[in-house]
Design a protein around this ligand. Structure first.
Ligand code: ADP
Length: 405
């Protein structure tokens, strides 16, 4: 029918033609624009613009009450004008185009909505998984806390009952009394230790752990941590070697807290390695292009049972322990003698508070082949830490740890 047709274009903002097409919802020919008195006042700019289009007929497309498009057709090849039936046909065609466009729009809406629902669904699944994890961590906490606290509490009660009986029977010998008091003291110390551990985690969680930083030798910190486990190392017949620590530059550290972090890592290496294993603590300087990015790395490796790939990150979550929590024997240095599952979250919280990073690497968990585990501690020489109004000079507050939430 027409030589050229365009389904879309933009009319000038102030346009008599546009007003007409919008209000009348009827087709309009260029002949009408040129001849009808209604369009006599069209501005010369609009007239020029229309002439530039070189169209012969305009048919507005309305969807419900909204003007959504315009069909414009150029002059016929024959040079004749568009008349009644053709204009009627074009109006019907515009109505059908409106339906098609509306359907396409509805389809797009539907698609966008179904994508949004799929996204929300994914969020919901993630939130549910997280909720289930938190719920599991809570019930693990109750199981572990009661399990951990029950042993020393039972000891306290047992000794108290025995002392009472012996005192009543007047059969208490001084050496028996001294042994019982020692047992009571050890049980009380264990209770204190459990409470301290939970308090440390709470401080890391609430970002209220404060560090007193001074220039510190990592070698001194590691040696201090090793000293705590000399007896256990002998008992479990493990060999521990230190390598490359003396040459390392000093870091900004809180001796007590950093020692605590290394102590947890050494304790785990002792626990998760069968008797007669090798534990190595190796240090090296990591040189980066920028001097301010320089850091030291300390790797604690063992010849123990190793860690499954899926657990490498999880073990840093609070109360997370591999396997059934209540099947673990409770013990500080016994083979696989698990504690409350707070050692690694605390160690990571402390290392991160020093601006550093702590992660685990292992070729898998195998109690027969013992592939071993490596725990990497990276401490920057110039930690980039945020100062807060509440801080004292040379103190740092712990950085939030996403794995602890
Ligand atoms: P726990 O008090 O149970 O030792 P941790 O937070 O210190 O808690 O460790 C969490 C879990 O990570 C442990 O239960 C253990 O399964 C695993 N794990 C930690 N260190 C090692 C290691 N050196 N070798 C193998 N598994 C380890």
């Amino acid at each position: 029918m027409g030589e050229r047709s365009r389904s879309t274009f933009a009319l000038p903002a102030q346009s008599l033609v546009a007003d007409y097409l919008c209000q009348s919802r009827a087709s309009l020919t260029q002949y009408d624009i040129d001849m009808r008195p209604r369009f006599r006042d069209i501005s010369s700019a609009e007239r020029e613009w229309l002439a530039g289009l070189d169209m012969d007929v305009y048919v507005p497309i309305h969807a419900q009450d909204e003007w959504i498009g315009l069909l414009a057709l150029g002059p016929k090849i024959s040079g004749n004008r568009y008349f009644g039936d053709e204009l009627l046909f074009l109006s019907t065609f515009a109505d059908q185009t409106a339906v098609a466009l509306e359907n396409a729009r509805l389809f797009d809406d539907l698609k966008a909505r179904s994508e949004e629902i799929a996204r929300l669904n994914q969020d919901l699944v993630r939130a549910n998984t997280e909720l289930a994890r938190v719920g599991q961590a809570k019930s693990d906490f109750i199981d572990i806390a009661s399990h951990e606290l029950r042993t020393p509490l039972t000891q306290v009660r047992g000794y108290a009952d025995m002392l009472k009986e012996m005192l009543e029977e007047e059969s208490l010998k001084p050496e028996t009394g001294a042994r019982m008091l020692k047992g009571l003291k050890l049980a009380a110390m264990r209770l204190e230790e459990i409470i301290d551990t939970m308090f440390d985690v709470a401080q890391i969680d609430t970002e209220t752990l404060e560090l007193k930083l001074v220039s510190e030798s990592v070698s001194r910190v590691v040696e201090g941590a090793v000293e705590e486990w000399i007896e256990a190392l002998k008992e479990r017949k493990h060999t521990l070697t230190l390598q490359g620590l003396d040459d390392l530059p000093h870091v900004q550290a809180d001796y007590k807290r950093l020692k605590q972090a290394f102590s947890h890592l050494i304790q785990n290496a002792i626990k998760y390695t069968p008797d007669g294993g090798q534990i190595r603590i190796k240090g090296q300087l990591l040189e980066w292009v920028l001097p301010q990015d320089q850091a030291i790395e300390i790797v604690i490796s063992d010849t123990g049972i190793g860690i499954a790939e899926d657990d490498l990150d999880q073990i840093f979550a609070k109360f997370y322990r591999v396997g059934n929590v209540l099947l673990h024997s409770t013990g500080k240095t016994k083979f696989k003698g698990a504690g409350p599952g707070l050692g690694l979250p605390i160690a990571r919280g402390i290392v991160e508070a020093h601006g550093g990073r702590l992660w685990a690497e292992s070729a898998g968990c195998d109690e027969e082949k013992c592939p071993g585990s490596e725990f990497h501690v990276v401490l920057p020489l110039h930690p980039k830490t945020q100062s807060t109004g509440r801080q004292r000079p040379n103190t740092l507050r712990v950085a939030p740890n996403p794995l602890l939430s």
